[in-house]
Design a binder for this molecule. Sequence first.
Ligand SMILES: [Zn+2]
Length: 69
Amino acid sequence: MAETLECPSCGAQTEPDVRNCGKCQRYLKSELECLRSIDAAVGIMKRILIWWLVVSFLGGVVYIVTRLR
Ligand SMILES: [Zn+2]
């Protein structure tokens, strides 16, 4: 999938791996890396949330089983 990045300064379409805009030389990489780091942080948060839910569910099951005995 060939996606292009629109320069936030002048609106020119540039390749995502190009560091600077071909027209106005605006530095683009920092914003892409910022978005990627946000994506990574959201992914880690989701993983933590899923693990927290699994652990609390298992804890609840263990609690119920031990109470029923
Ligand atoms: Zn530009």
